[in-house]
Design a protein. Structure first.
Length: 154
């Protein structure tokens, strides 16, 4: 496995509150625009208007993320009463996912560093072995030279 172009990035698994806040804001914004954040009421207009008046008086808010549809009947999108609780769940899920990603990055970087350290040690050992072989070859060549030099003088 070649890892020459890869390097360990400590910042890739460091928790950053600003990054978590950005992710939570994005997730909550997407949730608010989803149908999970609203209760849909769809009835003939004459039946829905009195019910809608009661709901508004009791504190329900009409969602601004969806427009009301009306033809023969009226469809209204009301924000869920427990929207804040649902958004808190979205925030908790987003944080858990972010922390999980950080742990995955940390594990990947740990394996990458271990691989790099192993390869460095392996290269060092190969260089040492090559140096020993070169030294042994040079010694053998010197011995052979001496042997043949002794043959010429006799």
């Amino acid at each position: 496995m070649q890892t020459k172009n890869q390097h360990v990035d400590i910042n890739s698994f460091t928790f950053q509150q600003a990054e978590l806040d950005r992710r939570i804001e994005q997730a909550q914004s997407l949730y608010r625009c989803s149908y999970n954040s609203v209760d849909v009421l769809s009835k003939p207009t004459s039946l829905l208007i009195p019910e809608l008046q009661e709901l508004i008086l009791s504190g329900c808010r009409i969602s601004t993320n969806f427009s009301a549809n009306h033809t023969m009947s009226l469809t209204v999108y009301l924000e869920k009463e427990n929207l804040d609780d649902l958004l808190a769940e979205v925030a908790a899920e987003t944080e858990a996912k972010y922390r999980s990603e950080l742990e995955q990055n940390k594990e990947q970087n740990k394996l990458l560093l271990a691989d790099q350290l192993f390869n460095q040690k392996k290269e060092k050992e190969q260089k040492a072995l090559q140096a020993k072989e070169d030294k042994d070859k040079a010694a053998a060549l010197a011995e052979a030279e001496e042997y043949f030099q002794n043959l010429n003088t006799n």
